[in-house]
Design a protein around this ligand. Structure first.
Ligand SMILES: NC(=O)c1ccc[n+]([C@@H]2O[C@H](COP(=O)([O-])OP(=O)(O)OC[C@H]3O[C@@H](n4cnc5c(N)ncnc54)[C@H](OP(=O)(O)O)[C@@H]3O)[C@@H](O)[C@H]2O)c1
Length: 296
């Protein structure tokens, strides 16, 4: 067990863990650690070749073969077919780690026409979790949902009407998407309080991974600066491993975890009115899709 994790008792042996975005960065390192600790891990990614390459590396380093399944979180269709295949072929996860995330430079739209950062970092995990929830409620024992967020969640002003497709900077979109994911996290935790499912969000720490753009020159420079002060992805992964498997978090729900501990959120960044509005807007949006053939 790694230095950081030694102080804790873990229980993940034999659990089925799904990690979205396990092909690189923090997700891949989380897969290595959980797999090494005896979990059955399934990683996702958009590209078959990248999945195969990641699998080879994780299997070699953990000594425990991981499974792979393609998933594109920017597409409702992909999320739906992923969730069906997951449950039919591999079973229901005991732990779902919504780790995949992007930071985009410039404005891009998803296939369904949503701003890309919001689609991948918030809408996708919201929809995927909703599809898997009924199955996770049926398992024996505790199930955990972990949402990987970022400390930058409070950096910009938040408006719960987030599906306006307004053009804004990459940082603005990223920060808002992470705040939206945290609203989702806290509201869902409240709704599931008397069930077998706990829901917590994690700031993994700053890490020099592929998430940061490499163009133009000032991003390359920023990347170099980040890599001087940042933690290695394996170190950042410890926070997710802790949230997913530590015994001391049994029954703990609706919390924000960073630096291997339960941490406070900036209260001023959240209010019930915005949370409710965001939740209702998202459900309304998914319901509209139901009419165009997307099950909700
Ligand atoms: N690195 C940091 O400093 C930092 C700080 C705070 C929070 N975080 C959070 O940590 C998480 C992991 O980030 P990372 O730094 O490890 O980034 P990364 O190395 O870029 O990994 C991102 C993962 O997300 C997957 N992904 C990207 N777009 C996707 C899509 N449309 N559908 C499904 N999967 C997609 C990628 O897989 P494919 O490209 O193979 O599809 C990849 O496996 C993110 O949520 C990020 O916001 C990172």
């Amino acid at each position: 067990m790694d230095e950081n994790l030694r102080k804790y008792d873990f229980n993940i042996d034999g659990s089925f863990v799904v990690i979205t975005g396990g092909t690189s960065g923090i997700g891949r390192e989380t897969a290595v650690k959980l797999s090494r600790a005896g979990a059955y891990v399934l990683i996702t990614g958009r590209d078959r070749q990248r999945l195969d390459e990641a699998k080879q590396d994780i299997d070699m380093r953990s000594g425990n073969p991981v499974r792979t399944l393609p998933l594109d979180l920017s597409s409702f269709e992909s999320i739906y077919s992923f969730s069906e295949k997951l449950v039919d072929v591999h079973g229901t996860p005991d732990v779902l780690i919504n780790n995949a995330g992007i930071y985009t430079r410039g404005y891009k739209k998803s296939v369904e026409g949503f701003e890309m950062t919001m689609a991948v970092n918030y809408l996708g995990p919201f929809y995927l979790t909703r599809l898997l929830l009924p199955h996770m409620m049926d398992i024996d024992g505790e199930a955990r949902i972990i949402n990987v967020t970022s400390d930058s969640y409070h950096a910009v002003k938040f408006n719960p009407d987030i599906f306006t497709n307004k053009r804004e900077s990459g940082f603005c979109a990223y920060s808002k998407s992470k705040r939206a994911l945290m609203y989702f996290n806290f509201i869902l935790a409240g709704q599931l309080r008397d069930t077998n499912i706990t829901v917590n969000c994690v700031h993994p720490g700053h890490s020099a991974t592929g998430i940061w753009p490499s163009d133009p020159w000032y991003w390359r420079l920023a990347g170099k600066m980040i890599s001087i002060t940042a933690d290695p992805p394996a170190y950042a992964a410890d926070n997710i491993v802790y949230a997913a498997s530590s015994e001391e978090l049994t029954g703990v729900t609706g919390r924000y975890i960073k630096d291997m501990a339960i941490s406070r959120v900036r209260k001023r960044a959240f209010n019930d009115g915005d949370g409710k509005k965001l939740w209702n807007n998202t459900i309304e949006l998914l319901n509209k899709r139901r009419h165009s053939g997307i099950p909700v």
